[in-house]
Design a protein around this ligand. Structure first.
Ligand code: CUA
Length: 305
């Protein structure tokens, strides 16, 4: 679901009801004016007070309507500010070429859990999201939860989200950031507090051990083919920071920032030919790798639940 017409947060609901008020109000005024125009054409000509129409319809009416809207929008701003909670959950999202790094900070600020292209939020809780970028301007946009907020080099922008409906909401980069801007998507999963707590606890732990001969071969290929230069898998010696953290990559819903469903088959295709799937991304195509090694590598990564 990627729609501002199906709000799933307190802020988005306020904005949506305000938008409907403007739409319905504007529509009613439009119909009234059109009705007057039709009446003027079909009725018999008669004298009217021009002054009264201009002062009433052109000055008094807009002044009343615009003043009321001004105070109503000020009310909404106040209500949005109330969403800010001092003990809100701290999340940092960093725009990359072309994917999203997501970092959850523990309440005492001492540890981080790093993942990519997926946010999870407990329903009913307030999340305080810091938005930055590693390269050019991106824009963080989940229409069902909040308006767009730009990610600007050298700045730290903030977005406070109070999600109040469980579901999966699609987000999309909303600022042109290069050739694959349109393929820079992500998902936000809003789930019960208990499910979220278990997920975060699992996500902050190390990767599972390679248990079968195939996944053991896959891990070996990973360590020897240069993958670990750019990717980290916590619990192993791989600690690269250039590409997405792969500690629990197998548990994510999508691959390549929302482009592909996530399973061993798509993983294999992505590793073999990421440059054809997403030209210009920073991962080199590994299409010189022997097929059985490629298969083992994909199986290993898919096993990292
Ligand atoms: Cu990132 Cu457009």
């Amino acid at each position: 679901m990627q729609s501002a017409l199906h709000p799933a947060s307190h802020g988005a609901e306020l904005m949506s009801s305000f938008a409907w008020l403007l739409f319905v109000g504007g529509g009613a005024i439009f119909l009234f004016v059109m009705g007057l125009a039709v009446y003027a054409v079909v009725s018999r000509p008669r004298a009217v007070s021009v002054r009264r129409w201009i002062v009433g319809g052109g000055l008094v009416f807009p002044a009343i309507v615009l003043t009321a809207l001004f105070f109503h929008s000020a009310d909404i701003s106040t209500a949005l500010a109330h969403d800010e909670a001092p003990n809100a959950m701290k999340i940092e999202v960093v725009g990359k070429r072309w994917w999203w790094e997501v970092r959850y900070t523990s309440p005492d600020g001492s540890s981080h859990t790093v993942l990519a292209n997926e946010l999870r939020l407990p329903v009913g809780c307030v999340a305080d999201i810091t938005l930055t970028t590693d390269d050019v301007i991106h824009s963080f946009w989940v229409p069902a939860l909040a308006g767009k907020v730009d990610m600007i080099p050298g700045h730290r922008n903030r977005l406070v989200v109070h999600a109040n409906r469980e579901g999966v909401y699609r987000g999309q980069c909303a600022e042109f950031c290069g050739g694959q801007h349109a393929q820079m998507a992500f998902q936000v999963v809003v789930e019960s507090a208990e499910t979220f707590r278990k997920w975060l606890q699992h996500e902050s732990g190390p990767a599972v051990e390679a248990a079968t001969s195939t996944t053991q071969l896959g891990r070996e290929v990973f360590m020897q083919s240069g993958c670990a230069t750019c990717h980290a898998i916590r619990g192993t010696s791989a600690s690269g920071r250039l590409g997405p953290d792969l500690t629990h990559v197998g548990s994510r819903r999508t691959l390549a920032a929302g482009m592909l469903d996530n399973h061993a088959g798509t993983m294999e295709g992505w590793i073999a030919d990421s440059q054809r799937l997403k030209p210009g991304n920073l991962m080199p195509a590994m299409n010189v790798m022997p097929a059985h090694e490629l298969r083992a590598l994909a199986t290993y990564l898919a096993s990292l639940q």
